[in-house]
Every structure is written in structure tokens, then in C-alpha cells.
Ligand binder design. Sequence first.
Ligand SMILES: CC(C)(COP(=O)([O-])OP(=O)([O-])OC[C@H]1O[C@@H](n2cnc3c(N)ncnc32)[C@H](O)[C@@H]1OP(=O)([O-])[O-])[C@@H](O)C(=O)NCCC(=O)NCCSC(=O)C[C@@](C)(O)CC(=O)[O-]
Length: 289
Amino acid sequence: MSSDRAEIFEMGPRDGLQNEKRLIPAADKIRLVDMLSRAGFRRIEVTSFVSPKWVPQMADAADVLAGISRAPGVSYAALTPNLKGYEAARAARASEVAIFASASEGFSRANLNCTIAESLDRFAPVAEAARTDGIPLRGYVSVVTDCPFDGPTPPAQVAKVAAALRDMGCYEISLGDTIGHGTPDTIRAMLEAVLVELPAERLAGHYHDTQGRALENIEASLALGLRVFDAAVGGLGGCPYAPGAAGNVATEAVAARLETLGFDTGLDPVVLDEAAGFARGLRGQAQIF
Ligand SMILES: CC(C)(COP(=O)([O-])OP(=O)([O-])OC[C@H]1O[C@@H](n2cnc3c(N)ncnc32)[C@H](O)[C@@H]1OP(=O)([O-])[O-])[C@@H](O)C(=O)NCCC(=O)NCCSC(=O)C[C@@](C)(O)CC(=O)[O-]
């Protein structure tokens, strides 16, 4: 049994809540982030600075970042699709920012209203500004195995976009199975292509659980050396621009599986449970209204 360390990058407040129909009060989001800080996460994606017309739920991004209690050593992340978003994130003191590209043209158009090449052009000044400001930059590649618009994604295309994000200075690339259609075989084929461009230490798995295979996909990724996985407490979420996408894999399920496999996540299971209950309650309310 291994006693390696594995990290969960908590996505609940952003990826988890962005898709909720009811506008969740900023105070509840702040309470959730504060619980997550107490649970022992080193990195929490708090919000996104995107167009409020596209994702109304994240319109309170600055209020949420202003309201949280920042624990020492915890990085509070925000998504930034363009320079406007980056400048707002910097003003709100996001600890790190993330740019997010797609491996397919169909999803790029749906999520960012532009081609992959145009999105990379928009990210370049964000990357440059982050470098100048000393703000760590993370990158996402979405639809790494399957796209709801274009069908199966060629692994080489994922590797190409991941390499472009690496070249812009992303310290880590998170590989998103946005609609949760990946299988251990398709995840492995995708990772083998990306690993030609980047070492496993610079990759993270971001798997949605639509078909209940996220934990198997994490195990396949562990076997190829990945040690960082994105997950959302309470299994919250889905992407508003990926029809049929269910939530991120639930953090508490990933933590339990990692512990069973002998990996230390550094998380407090009692506080994590409390946060998962609170998160599920937010979703429950969202379904009522
Ligand atoms: C990229 C745009 C803005 C292009 O959207 P657009 O409509 O093409 O852009 P625009 O430049 O024409 O701007 C439209 C309006 O939005 C404003 N605007 C423009 N930018 C910003 C900004 N940063 N912050 C606030 N406002 C902004 C801009 O000022 C303008 O306002 P108006 O003049 O009409 O009043 C839009 O497509 C967008 O916001 N997309 C984000 C969609 C999104 O957040 N999706 C979910 C996150 S990605 C995800 O979940 C996947 C991931 C990361 O988890 C991994 C995985 O699972 O695969």
C-alpha cells in the first residue's frame, strides 16, 4: 500500500454552484468556502469572473472573495476568461487565476463564444498580466474525451491545447471530462497523449460523474502518476454550457477512495462531511425554487 500524498482541489463553490438555477446568497457561498478552509484544502476554486449574462450565479464573485476568511497557506482561485475577468479577480485578491480552453471547437463556441484559437489569443494577455503580477496561473482543457457537440475528442487535440496552455505559463493543467462520458480506456489514451507534453506532476484530473465512472477514471489516472484531482463537495454542479453534464465527482467520495488506496489527502473527514451536508442543502433548496 502506498502512503503517497494526493490532493483534492475543491471546486464546489465555483463548478459546483455555477449551474444552480436559484441565485444562492453570497453569505451561503462564503459560509461554504469557510467550512472548506477548515476542512484542510490547500486550494479552493471560489468563483469565476465571467460575464454575468452568461453565468448569473457567479455575478457576486467580488463579494464572495471579499467575505471569506482566508486561512494561511490556502489558495483561493478564480476563473478568468479574459483580461476584464482577470483585472476584476486581481482587484478582489484571488490568490490564483485559471484560464479555460476547450479541446473541441463545438464546446469552445458554446462556452466561450469563440474558436479555440481565438480563446488562446484572449488568454495570452491574461497569462502575461498574471506573470507580471506574480499571480499563479492554472489552465483547464475541457471535453478531453467526449464533447456534447462534436463527439469523441482525439487525444492529440487535448495534448495540443494542453501544450498551448503550458507555453502560456500555466503551472498545472486540469483535464476536464466535462460531460462525464470518459472511461478508464479513453482517459488512459488521452493521458498518454498529454504526458508526451507535460509530466504527471503538472496535470490534474477533473472528472464529472454523469455515468458513475469518475472514481474508476481517477484510479486509471493515479496509475499513470497523477496526484491532483478536482472534485466538488456534495457532488455539486455541472457546466451550464455542456448539456447533460452532471456534477463533479463528490469530494467526499474521492477522499474516501484515495484513503482506501493508501493516499493521504490531509482532509478532516468530520469537517468535510459537515461541508458536504451544507452543500447538498444548497442544491436541495435550488431544486425547490
Ligand atoms: C468569455 C465570454 C465573456 C465571452 O462572451 P461574449 O458575449 O462573446 O463577450 P463580449 O466580450 O461580447 O461581452 C459580452 C458582455 O459581457 C461582459 N463581459 C465580458 N467578459 C466579462 C468578464 N470577464 N466579467 C464580466 N463581464 C464580462 C462584456 O462587458 C459585455 O457586457 P455588455 O457590454 O453586453 O454589458 C463569455 O462567453 C463567458 O463569460 N463565458 C464563460 C462561461 C462559463 O463561465 N462557463 C462555465 C465555466 S467553464 C467550466 O465549467 C468547465 C471547467 C473549467 O469546469 C472544466 C470542465 O469541466 O471541463
